[in-house]
Write a protein that binds this ligand. Sequence first.
Ligand code: NDP
Length: 449
Amino acid sequence: MEKAVTKIIHRDPEQKEFQQAVQEVLETVRPVLERNPEYRKQAVLQRIVEPERVIMFRVPWMDDQGQVHVNRGFRVEMNSAIGPYKGGLRFHPSVNLSIIKFLAFEQVFKNSLTTLHMGGGKGGSDFDPKGRSDAEVMRFCQAFMAELFRHIGPNTDVPAGDIGVGSREIGYLFGMYKKLCNEFTGVLTGKSLAWGGSLVRPEATGYGVVYFAAEMLATRKEVFEGKTCLVSGSGNVAQFTTEKILELGGKVVTLSDSSGYIYDEEGIDAEKLSFVKELKNIRRGRIREYCERYPHTVYRDADSSLDHNPLWDHKADCAMPCATQNEINENDAITLINNGVFLVSEGANMPCSPSAVDIFLENAILYGPGKAANAGGVAVSGLEMAQNSMRLKWPREEVDARLKQIMKSIHTTCVDAAEEYGLKGNYVAGANIAGFVNVVNAMLDQGLV
Ligand code: NDP
């Protein structure tokens, strides 16, 4: 095992998600190190796995009953070799340093693949917005920003949304930043259209997942038309993944949240999707309500005692995991393949366990890893930053065309990098190698800093 991996395990033995992400990248970049002895000499692996800066802070806030709560806030500034730190904020009770470090690490390579000048970072809190009033969420966001503001800036570190952080939270965070710094800048992306947001940013990650998948399908002369897809999650990424699949003539039969999943054999059409958007984005309800509205569908509660996730048990052609990390294990991977799935495009970050990924690769499944397939969100965030700097707003068609072009070029980059190292069809290796080489070369150019 690489010395860098042994060292992180020894240093932070409890950071399992971070170790998983590092191991996956380092395993695939081994041939690059062999070809470039300078990389080892300059200890690039040891450097790239250590965040440039980790910020952890107390977030005290008061609920509607006057009770004080204390959450923990994080910002991991992982790597700024190719641009200011860039990456989302996650508000979810499962958040801890290991999860934020894994996300920040992935973000470095993802951002590099977009070819835009963005370094990698990620942040968040173990705060759970579920069941909280708007006023509570606002007070929490203000308390969170009361510390974060001193570490970020439009040319330093530009956070965005992730799980639990959507346009409402970005609004409250931006408002507090503006008050504290007395400046109106593009310090956050995912802003509302009326005050600096970009058209297509809300749609970008989900649309990008499908654009990337369409490129993979094209390598086998296939299209989305007529394909049945399993989608997990029902938040931002899942909603717009579903929307784009529908637009391209595919059929989506599942959606989920952390309480359970629905299976709609007839397919989630545009009308049903707008019900889901209203349910999740406005009423902030649970996905089980889909079955109350459409009684012919099946709902199943989540059950953590199972050794597999039943959402993946259904017959389909494609799977788009869009909820969270490690939601597809090796049992799910085998079931998916046995049920006819030949394409997996990751909307979520690291949704497939390492053994599930191995199974996909062994079976020549078209498998698009998150750092390539879901890079559309950060790509359009990069475009939002560009528009903010110029104080311009590009039309929807222009942003969408740029997004499509970026996803196409990420696909080509992955294919070419994999082929260069004799790993044809391996998008994991392609994405890791291409992202890694770009960042490492920039680090070497900038000396030992
Ligand atoms: P949202 O908060 O909008 O939605 C998350 C969805 O996943 C919800 O349906 C949520 O259910 C479900 N979920 C979250 N945690 C769990 C869990 N532990 N078990 C089961 N279900 C869970 O987040 P996004 O759609 O923005 O993010 C989804 C994934 O996409 C994440 O992995 C994120 O990192 C990744 N991603 C997001 C990008 C973006 O632009 N937003 C960019 C790139 C990647 P519930 O409501 O019950 O919690």
